[in-house]
Design a protein around this ligand. Sequence first.
Ligand code: HOZ
Length: 433
Amino acid sequence: MNFSTSQSLFERAKQLIPGGVNSPVRAFKSVGGTPVFIKRAEGAYLYDEDGNRYIELINSWGPMILGHAHPKIQRAIAEVLPHSFSYGAPTRREVEMAELICHMMPSVEKVRMVNSGTEACMSAIRAARGYTGRNKIIKFEGCYHGHADSFLISAGSGAYTMGSPDSLGVTQGVANDTLTAPYNDLQAVQTLVDANPQQIACIIVEPVVGNMGCVLPQAGFLEGLRKICDKEGIVLIFDEVMTGFRLARGGAQEIFGVKPDLTTLGKIIGGGLPVGAYGGRKEIMDSISPVGKVYQAGTLSGNPLAMAAGYAMLTELNENPQIYTQLAQITQKIVHGIQQTLQKLSLNYTINHIGSMYSLFFTDKQVINFQTAKTSNTQLFGKYFHKMLQKGVYLAPSQFESLFISVAISDSDIEHILQANEESLREIHQENI
Ligand code: HOZ
């Protein structure tokens, strides 16, 4: 494959954009090499500036559930275009969007639109603090809730991959208010709660983690968090930026049957346009301005283009529940095929999956938290990543990110993915001996 145009764009980009990218993970730093610059995408495929085609397994980190440039979403955006792109004033679509979100995710009784998952999580913890009158929060090691100061403590995703899980620029004062526990460890949470009586405002968690690779909650973990929060008057926040409307119509909370007090949502509810939202119990949401005294605002919040795209996608998902069966079937076929290859090649690597999310970890340990995820051989992952890229499959450029499947992936795409996977694993294994 020729990557020369991407290489020259990257050189130009590095002169003017820090690291040549507008979000760190996409710089390929943890896998080496030059990021490919994307020109366009359609259905299951990405096309780069050099004309290379890839089967898409990131899907904009979640939102492209229906595949790229879906005609219904295109039409919805096109209908809005002649009417201008931002008013900074309320619109009918925002009301309809709120109704649809609350209908699909019943724990959300009231919802506020923002512009990104970071904004949603940052605002949700402020609401929890305002509502409870307490300062501290609990998050889990390796979970990532965007780049607001309070979350850059033992953070996963790019923060870990780039070597700054506890970012510079976060003050000690802010850091002191963020307590961390290992994911799937209820005892550690209870210990923190006991050591900080009446001081914990909220526990924020990815109910299924996507930011240390795909990691599932063990039986009883989410239920246990719910119990602790109920007993101690703590607000339970599910960060469903990656899982909401992707794992099920009602998100991970529907699958696991645990109702959070607040939920944060992101890119998915914009169908790929920049959107976020946070919502939940009425009495907590009513702490937010202009009803209550927790301030949060935004000119572009509820932007008409983003609302149109998001509403079209959520409507499609709401009206066609078979999409979730299709997504699970496609993912099952890929995961099953990879498992067969691992067996055939006598490789003991771990694969985690649920619904339309999966990760292949280059470790023989069961991956249940950040510590076990970190036992993965990231050098080997880097080699695997580049082999797959060369064979036309676009994976997340880090071991510590989940992959996201779209319904646009066909049986022949699955065959292509599995063949590329077998060849790549065989090649890196042979090179490694
Ligand atoms: N924070 C995203 C992964 N969890 C990556 C965002 C991007 O680079 O676009």
